[in-house]
Write a protein that binds this ligand. Structure first.
Ligand SMILES: [Zn+2]
Ligand SMILES: [Zn+2]
Length: 87
């Protein structure tokens, strides 16, 4: 933990949530909050929403699919054998 840097955007249209964006829980709960501040958990009733509606394309996507982590990948490691030369 602590190194939780993810880009957040809609996996279907790449719409990015804004700080002022808000989502609404069920009418019975009535909580309005920013779902990416709580990772999909309603602070009013504690329900974790598995899907999040995009405010750009209005489609639902699994909440976890909104997080896009930078993966360096194995090909990024540059090893330079020459630098290991011992004279
Ligand atoms: Zn709620
Ligand atoms: Zn979208």
């Amino acid at each position: 933990m602590g190194d939780d840097k993810a880009d957040i955007w809609c996996p279907q249209c790449k719409w990015r949530p804004r700080p002022e964006s808000r989502w609404v829980c069920t009418p019975a709960c009535g909580t309005v909050w920013h779902t990416f501040w709580t990772r999909g958990v309603c602070p009013g009733c504690g329900v974790k929403w598995p899907h999040t509606q995009c405010q750009g394309c209005e489609k639902y996507s699994p909440h976890e699919n909104w997080y896009h982590y930078r993966d360096p990948g194995p090909g990024e490691q540059v090893s330079d054998p020459a630098s290991l030369e011992i004279e």
